[in-house]
Design a protein around this ligand. Sequence first.
Ligand SMILES: N[C@@H](CCC(=O)N[C@@H](CS)C(=O)NCC(=O)O)C(=O)O
Ligand SMILES: [Fe+2]
Length: 344
Amino acid sequence: MSIVWPRFDIRILTLPSGSARVARLPNPVFRAEVGNSQRALSSSKVSTPGEPSIHSVFEKVTGTWQYIIADPETKTAAIIDSVLDYDPVGLAITTRSADGLLDLAKKNGYKIDWILETHAHADHLTAAAYLQRQLEKTQSHRPQIGIGKRINQVQENFGAKYKVPKKEYEPVFDKLFDDDEVFEIGNLKAMAIHLPGHTPDHLGYKVGDNVFCGDTVFNADVGTARCDFPGGSVESLWESTRKLLKMPDNVKIWTGHDYPPDNRAEPMPFMTVKEHKEQNKHIKEGTTKDDFVTMRTERDASLKAPRLLHQSLQINIRAGHLPQPNEAGTRLLHTPLKLNTESF
Ligand SMILES: N[C@@H](CCC(=O)N[C@@H](CS)C(=O)NCC(=O)O)C(=O)O
Ligand SMILES: [Fe+2]
């Protein structure tokens, strides 16, 4: 049986933070290179103390922005929200997107200290465990996989639902971040910020004047993340958006996904706090909490479950490790059946 793979367009933007050469076409359309090969848009390195170099890589199949953020001085780096490719028809996992991140890190001479997750994603599989295993072989040390400390609630909930043995999810995360915990990426200071709403464990990572906000705020013409997953809360998401929009106007909010509407051709990795306050269709200035709660609740009631919901959750509570093979040597994921008849 031969599997025909979709072409995975990878979009990469290398943004030396602090650079005056940030290319925006016309605002808010962002220039990004598109193609099947890894290409960096900008190679000029103008570094500002405390600010990272940022590479954003778009995975088109699930609309996910993956990031590599690096300390320009020490070349120490973190990968945020990587994707493991999954073909729901062929039931095959491949590592093209993750290998793209590894190539990008290698090309830039980065030493990856951290593989960070903003939350247990319900729409795509994480490549964290795969990246960790590959990097362990090529670096002198093993990068740590980090996530918010409330991941254990999420693991227990979905672990019970999908009958995942505890030993397959308990030891998988190396670092559970506390709220507002400060950690280092080389000489850069990073902070884990609790941003619940989409999921209860959800974190953003702030580095310099950048927040990697995962699925909290999307670009202004998309709005915000859904809150109908277990442990999600529209009220909490509203409060999380307040935390973000209270930051200084120049702070860049790098989003976890982009789903460009028909009138926008290219995915964009970030918009500033100021741009969100002026333009975000769900939370711009003048929006009240009640407006938001009504809008988000109505929208969530109309959304279908993500295509890769079951596969994602079972892999992601394991930090991207695969299920152990059963006695027959087969690795299995569960998919619940929907029955629309009582005759069964
Ligand atoms: N059609 C996509 C849906 C993905 C999805 O539900 N995305 C989440 C983030 S994981 C979201 O917040 N969407 C916001 C919305 O559609 O309002 C899929 O099947 O994967
Ligand atoms: Fe998500």
